[in-house]
Design a binder for this molecule. Sequence first.
Ligand SMILES: *Cc1c(COP(=O)(O)O)cnc(C)c1O
Length: 427
Amino acid sequence: MANFSRLLELDRDCVWHPYSSVGADSPIYLVKSAHGVHIKLFDGSELIDGMSSWWSAIHGYNHQGMNQALSSQLQDMSHVMFGGLTHQPAIDLADQLIQLTPESLKTVFFSDSGSVAVEVALKMAVQYWHSKNQSDKQKILTIRHAYHGDTFGAMSVSDPENGMHHLFSKIITKQLFADAPSCKFDQPCSESDITSLKLQLINHHQNIAAIILEPIVQGAGGMHIYSPAYLKRVRELCDQYDVLLILDEIATGFGRTGKMFACEHASVEPDIMCVGKALTGGYMTLAATLTTRQIAQTIKEGEPGIFMHGPTFMANPLACVAGISSLKLLLGSPWEKRVNLIETTLKEGLEPCLAYSPVKDVRVLGAIGVVELNNPVDINKIQPLFVEAGVWIRPFNNLIYIMPPYIINKDDLDALIHSIIRVISTI
Ligand SMILES: *Cc1c(COP(=O)(O)O)cnc(C)c1O
């Protein structure tokens, strides 16, 4: 136990955590292990996981089959460079991704994180137009409340206020922003929802390489869920104004919204698509950017004839095996039934939250449940309440939200829901 407090002291003293400061007083919990949907802390307590470690651990933790696949790959190699060399794990995973994603996507660029997959998508779009002798098309258009990652390119297309663009004003690229749609998931898209984006296209299409969007669910920018009809309209406008459509499925991909990919709700196909997060079932960091044969071919035929990107750990074999193994598990499971059941339970279970005055809205889609509050939560006060209740739920800003592993059972899901209601009643 002495070890336990020493570790936490060291952590506080010198380790950065996501969106935090070193030496902050915010509560932090030392994890010993994780199995299934349970995270075990050093003090012996167990938490039911409501976060899937930020959308990724869809099968839960420490899965025997996945452990074996990774051990077996370790016997061959954990990594080799991808320049001039290739390997079966990368080829198999690329092949499976091409089969699983929308028909038009035929090529795969592997990278090590979601943010980098977004950078790659932006660069592909710009290089595509450059190859067509249209180098004026270098701007990216997106909508408010977007989140596409923390690197500079990804930040430039994320919400200016959430991303504190003013802090980085001299270094961040100025992109074009349109209003986010207000049409909810089951509503039609009215002309007023699309006007702002349409105006940007009318005025600037000669300079726009691509529109980037999170399809249907905007994640870290506010957990907004919008109508598939809006996405359909965006696709039509992209075609009309000769602008590429990049869909960022990093959070929504691999079944989370009830479809394998969220763009399927709208029967829309992107020109470029980013996947990450759940790609390896939460085992390893890996992401991919997929695009069409036509875009790949155009880049090949243009100047300089090669795509200008190549990460050191591109297509890491261990990560690719985790991806193959996770996809096999997913496709071999009744994931649609599970996600639908989670959706029904969340809808029914979270609705009573609306009766509490701090609550502004409750939204559910697939295995995503969101309770939006009128004011930001005091995380230092709220976080220990969830941990005392035996659940791992990590609110941010004014959002208490969950996206549990698909394998969660009814009792554990009920426990997550009840803890949310209990905590809200104390705010
Ligand atoms: C998490 C996320 C990213 C960034 O992925 P990282 O792996 O954290 O770099 C990009 N886009 C969306 C929609 C995300 O949810």
